[in-house]
Design a binder for this molecule. Sequence first.
Ligand code: URP
Ligand code: ZN
Ligand code: ZN
Length: 487
Amino acid sequence: MPDFDLLIRGGTVATAVDTFDADIAISGGRVAALGTNLGTADRTIDAGGMLVLPGGIDAHCHIEQESSTNIMTADDFYSGSVSAAFGGNTTFLPFAAQHRGQSLREVVKTAHERAGPKSVIDYAFHLIVSDPTESVLGQELPSLIHEGYTSFKVYLTYEMLKISDRQMLDVLSLARTHGAMTMVHAENDDVISWLSERLLTRGHVEPKFHAVAHAQIAESEASRRAIDLARLVDARLLIVHVSAPEAAQAILNARNKGLPIYGETCPQYLFLTMDDLDRDGMEGAKFCCSPPPRDKAGQDAIWLGLTNGTFQVFSSDHAPYRYDESGKFNAGPNPTFKKIANGVPGLETRMPLLFSEGVGKGRLSLNEFVALTSTNAAKIYGLHPRKGTIAIGADADIAIWDPEWQRTISQTMLHDAMDYTPYEGREVTGWPRMVISRGRVIVEDEKLNAERGSGTFLERQPDTENGTGLSTASPIAPDRIFGAELS
Ligand code: URP
Ligand code: ZN
Ligand code: ZN
């Protein structure tokens, strides 16, 4: 009888801290041994010339979710999880989203009904809290946190989602008490609506004005405010999808003071700019997301933030609205920028883009890449050490990367339910050849080999220590690294 179920032989293994040559033996869905001459297995994979990395964790994606204006995402849990798997992910964290008047418990029940029979990779849910009523704060949220839903997102903008500063304080202090992580969409709603009104009355309606209305100051002001509110009640806070350099600076300043503040950014802020919103006709609608992509200097600042301790998490914010009346043009043809569904897809391209432009071009080390795309999310959201690393006893969630594989991104090669990718025609080097989830080879030879519903729900533990295992202070970052004017 063979010693193990699966052996991955001859590859270069990288975690968030180490890179070493080793074979990996897997039994019962977990890593059983690391080393050489480990023994025999039912199946042996030759990983010579390959990088053997922890499976990606996409910690921010919208799957089978209705927006606040009732638009359903194009991806359900099948197409979304399949697309994620082909991009090297073995875990994702979509949202169970509360709309005003809804009970959080109902929302969670619906999310399970949608994900359970369909997802091919493992998943946990962040909650979205848009209606922090007495019963939500007093009963539903505390009990859900203790049942494993230990993170939730709140919005400071969007008419139907935004909460007030007072409600934000309620939510943050509840999270502090019960050991949850608050995630915030930080944009100042009044600034955006004030600017939008002026633009629209002057006839500035095209997609490119979305980026003008969602000014950088709207983002940086709300980020600083959210950080201050978290400081007031000593709560952990993660600012999601950061695109503005001053917002990044605010996160770095807070972290340098030792505060438990965390930052996330996304591919659209490294690989797109506001010029993309100014493409011909309505094409710019494909790039409307909030916050919007900024300019080239903004891109550079976000790249810097990936290595100077500002950002711990690199997520897709996959928000798949098709370029048709089911998605971007749900409000009718030729909508003003205000009526275009917000969001861009990116589940499958998140890791290859960062690998190619980050590791391939020498901006990131391989270990930083692993930390940003997998390990840090596992630590911050309570999945580590089961997920996010390659270690004895951890789930055998592994992506076997071919660092030389050159591909030209096009929508036809992707597996989501979208009709466009913002990265059409972009050339990348490096893509996973094989993806393994709990010891099952789910992607091989560009084919899926996973049953619908074979992914599993991941219950998480609240963190009553108010920490994440990630040190807050950044050892290398001077206070004003994003520019002297940004104190
Ligand atoms: O434009 C975006 N990011 N849409 C998705 C929803 C959100 O706020 O993350
Ligand atoms: Zn958001
Ligand atoms: Zn989002």
